[in-house]
Design a protein around this ligand. Structure first.
Ligand SMILES: Cc1ncc(COP(=O)(O)O)c(C=O)c1O
Length: 392
């Protein structure tokens, strides 16, 4: 008997890369593949103390159903942090989500009909492509350079046809590590207002800057209410909390709350209370500084190892923060073939093609530098470079 699945499942293909990367999870493999924070830096003792206090003082609330929007004190704390990033909003404008990933799914539910067009950077975040594919969206990649997505190209595409929204990752983008320039942030906000173009600004890495100046988000220039901002505690506390948020107001926020109710009623009350307590009782700024110091060092070690070992013809980005850099090889390089050999040699990364929603990108590799220690980074890059030299 054959099983009939929903039409939307046709667009959702199993990933050969994911299958290959399962091999990378074996012990002994140096993995630059995942997007994992450094687990040894998780503030486990502080979280334990926060959890004990929640259990002692707010056990009943922690295990009861709660509001779909999230716990008010946490939302107010986030609204304050948004103020520090230049976004004026109140607790009412903040919707807690089960990770930013749920935020992307809710945006898909609220805004996408089959066939709707989404503008994306080239390349863009793989799991955003997957989230929007569930709603049978079509992707229109926008020209992108080292300063991020090119506003004139966005303007042209927005003028030419019906576009549902622009999806953009402004800081230390996943997968390239690129950052959208200040001038372009202003320009995009201006285009959003003039063209009534919705912008989804997905900003999980804002606080992971270890060189240069923090830049204000696109949302901070948004006078027209066309920019929806997402962020998360996954990189600044721990991804296991699965707590992120969306900043949106008025009817948009109301629709997102309805979608959230339908998805999971609310994000875990216990998790929200523990996170809120942790943020109240401990110095998260200091924690993030420690994380930035460690990632900054790992990045520098990776960059140095790449300079030392990579053959000519390969280039890579020099991010000022985040968790990834992006290696581009000569056009003839097939990163999938490199990966197959790399796994044999005990090194893993993600080939670039998966980050291009409309095909291409076979000669690129995404390398994560937050999860491996410096010795493994040196060793892994030396092995990878040897394979690249042979493939070239
Ligand atoms: C650009 C981007 N958006 C969203 C997410 C999802 O984050 P979360 O753990 O909050 O679901 C990630 C995670 O790596 C990401 O890189």
């Amino acid at each position: 008997m054959t099983t009939t699945y929903a039409r939307r499942m046709r667009a959702m293909k199993p990933s050969t890369i994911r299958e290959m990367l399962k091999l990378a999870e074996q012990p002994g493999v140096i993995s630059f593949a995942g997007g994992l924070p450094a687990p040894e830096l998780f503030p486990v003792d502080d979280i334990r103390a926060a959890a004990e206090r929640v259990l002692a003082e707010s056990g009943a609330q922690a295990f009861q159903y709660g509001a779909s929007e999230g716990i008010v004190t946490l939302r107010a704390r986030i609204a304050d942090e948004m103020g520090d990033r230049g976004i004026t909003c109140s607790a009412e404008d903040v919707l807690i989500t089960t990770g930013s990933q749920q935020g992307l799914d809710l945006l898909g539910k609220v805004f996408l009909d089959p066939g709707d067009v989404i503008l994306t950077e080239t390349p863009t975040y793989l799991a955003a492509i997957q989230a929007f594919q569930c709603f049978e969206a079509n992707f229109q990649p926008v020209a992108t350079d080292d300063d991020g997505v090119i506003p004139e190209a966005v303007d042209e595409l927005a003028a030419a046809g019906r576009v549902r929204f622009l999806y953009v990752i402004p800081n230390f983008q996943n997968p390239t590590g690129r950052t959208l320039s200040l001038a372009r942030r202003r320009q995009l906000a201006e285009i959003a207002a003039r063209r009534r173009l919705l912008i989804v600004e997905d900003d999980p890495y804002a606080r992971l800057r270890y060189r240069g100046e923090h830049l204000p988000p696109i949302k901070s220039f948004d006078a027209s209410g066309q920019v929806i901002y997402l962020s998360t505690f996954s990189k600044t506390v721990a991804p296991g909390f699965r707590i992120g948020w969306i900043v949106a107001s008025g009817p948009m926020r109301d629709k997102l709350v309805i979608a959230k109710q339908a998805a999971d009623l609310h994000t875990s009350s216990f998790d929200q209370l523990v996170l809120d307590r942790y943020l109240r009782d401990f110095d998260n700024r200091q924690h993030v500084e420690r994380v930035c110091a460690a990632y900054g060092e790992r990045y520098a070690v990776m960059d140095e190892a790449l300079r030392r070992h990579m053959p000519e013809g390969f280039s890579w980005t020099r991010p000022e923060g985040g968790m990834f850099l992006w290696v581009s090889g000569p056009k003839t390089i097939d990163a999938m073939a490199v990966l197959a050999e790399a796994i044999d040699q005990g090194v893993a990364f993600v080939p670039g093609a998966d980050f291009f929603p409309c095909g291409g990108g076979e000669n690129h590799m995404r390398l994560n530098f937050s999860n491996a220690d410096v010795r493994s980074i040196r060793d892994g890059i030396a092995r990878l470079a040897e394979i690249c030299a042979r493939a070239w």
